[in-house]
Design a protein around this ligand. Structure first.
Ligand code: GLA
Length: 379
């Protein structure tokens, strides 16, 4: 597909092709920027790249999804406010160059089927895909974790979105039929097999995450503030990752109600992820589903990042036969829910949830039955 598009646009064949998947997070929400644990999976929806070298330092990029193209020089990489989609490519190129990896100009086509602004990390896929593209084109053989950090830096510093490392990590190192358990402090990870008699079903609320960025920044600051206060009460903690339930209870008097609840979400969510990995490895998906449900309640009531639409989707899911667990996924305030559903019930589940959403809110939800898939930098 992408190869044919490349041919149509440039009249020649590409040298390199890359597939960078979007992601869904099974459990471990808002824990990544608190040095905590996450358990995402890469999905079978991706941003694909095709490209070839140029002899000069010019990069020309066509976006199929935005039906547009940009051109820039590797010697002067600036943000483009008219073609924001290109900033993910520009940022990655800029930091690779700044680190001393001399790139060549290139002709690139990119496009795919990760829905935009739906909380399925299409931007991380573009960043990771760009890093993988030059890595493969120039046979740089760079360490995947180095490229993941660089992709996140492009999002944080060049694009200006203060995300954690989960999305870039899973887009790069996802594995087919596996989730990825990541410790966001030391970046140790391992793949955890998913059973194929249970499906990951993603329901897209269709609501763009308008508040997501500003509220995300508020949560980030609240977490830092909670850490500072808990530390000032005499506990040696560097992040909420270090806070035990007992520490939190003991520090209650130095925290406002809001800060206490924000911290409680992170502390309990980290515990849920650790248990979720254990029960998944033991094949106990019923318990895994219960942990997903508790995660949703904690995100809704303590962290306050859910929305009416997400709650309707989750509550409709909880009522369906064959559902093991359901929760909002990603940053929140719109975007998607993730559901674990027995295979034989997945189709009926999708129809029922779509119907319930339409009846309750008059809105249309898209439903994707996903397969955990390979990352752009996995071997
Ligand atoms: C967004 C960010 C991630 C993570 C999630 C919430 O997807 O990009 O780093 O913080 O929100 O878990």
């Amino acid at each position: 597909m992408i190869e044919r598009d490349f041919y149509t646009i440039y009249g020649t064949t590409p040298e390199v092709m890359v597939r960078a998947p979007g992601r869904v997070n099974l459990i471990g929400e808002h824990t990544d920027y608190n040095d905590g644990f996450v358990l995402p999976a890469a999905i079978d929806r991706s941003i694909d790249f095709a490209g070839r070298k140029r002899a000069d330092r010019v990069v020309r990029v066509h976006s199929l999804d935005f039906e547009g193209w940009v051109e820039f020089s590797l010697d002067n990489i600036q943000k483009d406010n008219n073609n924001r989609w290109s900033n993910y490519v520009r940022g990655v190129a800029k930091y690779l160059e700044e680190d001393g990896h001399r790139l060549t100009g290139a002709e690139i086509v990119l496009g795919g089927d990760v829905p935009r602004e739906a909380g399925l990390s299409s931007s991380a896929a573009v960043e990771v895909g760009t890093a993988a593209f030059w890595n493969n084109l120039l046979r740089l053989e760079l360490d995947p974790v180095y490229l993941i950090k660089l992709a996140r830096k492009a999002e944080n510093q060049f694009v200006g979105v203060p995300c954690g490392i989960m999305d870039q990590f899973i887009s790069a190192l996802g594995r087919e039929n596996h989730a990825l358990f990541l410790d966001c402090r030391d970046l140790e990870y391992r793949h955890v097999p998913l059973r194929d008699d249970v499906k990951i079903v993603v329901c897209n609320s269709g609501v763009k995450r308008a508040l997501a960025q500003s509220e995300y920044e508020v949560r980030l600051k609240q977490c830092r503030e909670a850490v500072a206060r808990i530390a000032s009460s005499g506990r040696a903690v560097k992040s909420l990752r270090d806070v035990t339930p007992a520490d939190l209870a003991a520090a209650r008097s130095v925290l406002s109600d809001v800060l206490f609840r924000r911290a409680r979400h992170i502390v309990t969510e980290n515990q849920r992820v650790l248990e979720a990995v254990k029960v998944l490895e033991a094949g106990n998906l019923e318990r895994f589903g219960e942990l997903m449900n508790s995660s949703h309640l904690s995100l809704r009531d303590d962290y306050e990042v859910s929305s009416k639409e997400l709650d309707v989707l989750v509550e409709a899911a909880w009522r369906q036969p064959g559902v093991l667990g359901a929760r909002m996924t990603g940053a929140g305030f719109g975007g998607c829910t993730v559901n674990l559903v027995r295979q034989e019930a997945a189709e009926a589940f999708s129809d029922a949830v779509r119907g319930a959403y339409q009846d309750a809110l008059g809105l249309k939800a898209e439903v994707y039955i996903c397969k955990a898939s390979q990352g752009a930098l996995s071997i």
